[in-house]
Ligand binder design. Structure first.
Ligand code: B12
Ligand code: SF4
Length: 464
């Protein structure tokens, strides 16, 4: 079969209007196109190709609606797959209507919004025929068999479909791929030089995932619903050899958190060191996964930056988020990482239910005290499907899907006003990046041409 899988067109100004206005660290103004390769689509592509299907992938970051439709018309697919995130669900419904009208092909949707909000939401569009909850690889391949009359829909794990306008689902409502069986993601379909994460050291960059899901259950996070599963280290090394041959210079590990299994992370780093790869590496860690041995190995393996979800400097708020970390240990963990000259992106959440203005300020001051290199203050964003979205406590959720992009305010706790929350995020970011000590720290850490470029452009975004 011929299968097109696409991400609808995306306009940076829709999700980042305040940044565009304020001139804060805004990649578009700074001239840094901030976009990463869609690993999920690349996995779907290799699974489909392995099963003899022809595939076309379209990333809406680089195409407008007209372009997307033209490409579909030329390819003449038998099935169209669309990736959905919560803020762009409205656009997925809209493009489905147009595709159905022009091409009249079956349409399947998948991705985070379907996984999180549930397959039943396909009932919100008369033009969407199928939904897939969970890992898309086995389910989309089996959906092709359903369309060819070779399989019953109820036997396809994670599949949702419609019968006389009622949404039906398979016996098993979630699809889980066998990670040991999956072919490596198809990196040939995209020009990887077009993809630039907001922070990187050398192009081209690609992403790689060594484990899916998470063992923890933080209140605000989609991963809490996704069982932790790991790939074999030998497979990861083979994939790294493959991407080395493709000329990739930097790897972003998309694991929710790399240290969920400490011994496995150490083993992975040792294997990377043994192979003598020459990649710049980035990954995510939890505070409670940091210790000297782990960080030493990560440094030796090539990690130059880790992203850590610190979330808050107030224990009450950390507890509220069910984060299961201790504010006293944050400083110690961050100092260990910094002592190995690994840069740290710290993410924080402001406007947590029950949090006062003063407590949010405490988090900002806390961030400024830590030896971290980059900071992002997110407004607390409850996504559809999360317990707090269904039952908002201590605050009000606004009814505009675009606000779910995490750069705009979608939840206002009753302990502060929306304007106060907006100012906290704005001032916190400005205060963090404009400290003289911080600027000196940045200059000292310059290593590559991309570092110089990103620092200059980042600074310009503040001035103008
Ligand atoms: C990398 C990343 C990005 C990259 C690349 C995005 C991409 N298209 O892949 C960039 C930086 C561009 C990005 C942008 C955004 N992102 Co983002 N991103 C991620 C991140 C960290 C990893 C995604 C990933 O590759 N995972 C690994 C792969 C293997 O899994 P996957 O993508 O989920 O794909 C699997 C399944 O979902 C499914 N599947 C996926 N697509 C499809 C399509 C079909 C047809 C089918 C059948 C199945 C299917 O099959 C895949 C293979 O198993 C996730 C968090 C996470 N850890 O998952 C957030 C995440 C997906 N992003 C999120 C958000 C909100 C955004 C933005 C709105 C941010 C913004 N402020 O602009 C935009 C929206 C982009 C868009 N056009 O819709 C949210 C979505 C929340 C939700 N409930 O919808 C997430 C979950 C983070 C979070 N907040 O929790 N993102
Ligand atoms: S915030 Fe991090 S640790 Fe918590 S559930 Fe999500 S991925 Fe896991």
């Amino acid at each position: 079969m011929r299968v097109s899988v696409l991400i609808p067109e995306y306009d940076f100004k829709e999700t980042h209007p305040e940044y565009v206005r304020s001139g804060f660290r805004d990649s578009e103004r700074a001239g840094i196109p901030y976009v990463e390769n869609p690993l999920g689509l690349m996995y779907l592509s290799s699974a489909l190709k392995e099963n003899g299907h022809e595939v076309e992938l379209i990333d809406g970051y680089f195409h407008n609606r007209e372009d997307i439709i033209d490409r579909l018309k030329q390819f003449e697919p038998d099935l169209v797959g669309i990736q959905a995130t919560a803020p762009f669900w409205f656009r997925v419904k809209d493009i489905s209507k147009q595709i159905k009208y022009i091409l009249d092909v079956p349409i399947v949707v998948g991705g985070s919004h379907i996984r999180y909000a549930g397959g039943e939401i396909i009932g919100q569009s008369e033009h969407i025929d199928y939904g897939i909850v969970g890992d898309g690889e086995p389910a989309i391949v089996q959906l092709c068999e359903v369309l060819k009359g070779q399989k019953k829909p109820e036997d396809v794990d994670g599949l949702f479909w419609k019968e006389e306008d009622n949404v039906q689902h398979a016996k098993n409502k979630t699809s889980e791929a066998d990670l040991h069986e999956l072919p490596f993601p198809d990196r040939e379909e995209f020009d990887l030089y077009r993809y630039r994460p907001s922070l990187h050291r050398e192009l081209p960059v690609t992403s790689l995932i060594t484990a899916r899901g998470c063992k923890m259950g933080c209140l605000f996070c989609h991963a809490a619903a996704d069982r932790y599963r790991t790939r074999k280290i030998s497979d990861i090394i083979s994939e790294m050899k493959e991407i080395e041959e493709q000329g990739i210079r930097e790897v972003l590990f998309y694991d929710q958190t790399m240290g969920a299994d400490r011994e496995r992370l150490i083993k992975l780093c040792e294997e990377i060191i043994e192979q003598d790869f020459d990649f710049w590496l980035q990954g995510n860690l939890r505070i409670d996964e940091v210790d000297t041995e782990v960080i030493r190995k990560m440094k030796e393996a090539g990690f130059w930056k880790v992203c850590i979800g610190i979330e808050s400097g107030v224990q009450k708020s950390l507890n509220k988020l069910n984060k299961n970390i201790d504010v006293d240990k944050i400083k110690k963990a961050v100092e260990i990482v910094d002592s190995f000259d690994i840069q740290i992106s710290g993410t924080f959440i402001l406007g947590i239910p029950g949090e006062t203005k003063e407590e949010a300020r405490k988090t900002i001051e806390f961030a400024k005290e830590l030896p971290i290199d980059f900071v992002k203050f997110f407004p607390f964003t409850p996504f559809p499907g999360s317990p707090i979205y269904e039952n908002p406590e201590n605050g009000k959720i606004k009814d505009d899907p675009l606000l779910l992009c995490q750069n705009r305010i979608n939840f206002v706790p009753e302990t502060m006003t929306e304007e106060e929350l907006r100012q906290l995020i704005k001032n916190g970011t400005k205060e963090f990046y404009s400290r003289p000590g911080y600027i000196l720290r940045r200059i000292k850490k310059i290593r590559t041409f991309e570092d110089i470029k990103q620092n200059i452009l980042g600074a310009l975004a503040y001035i103008f």
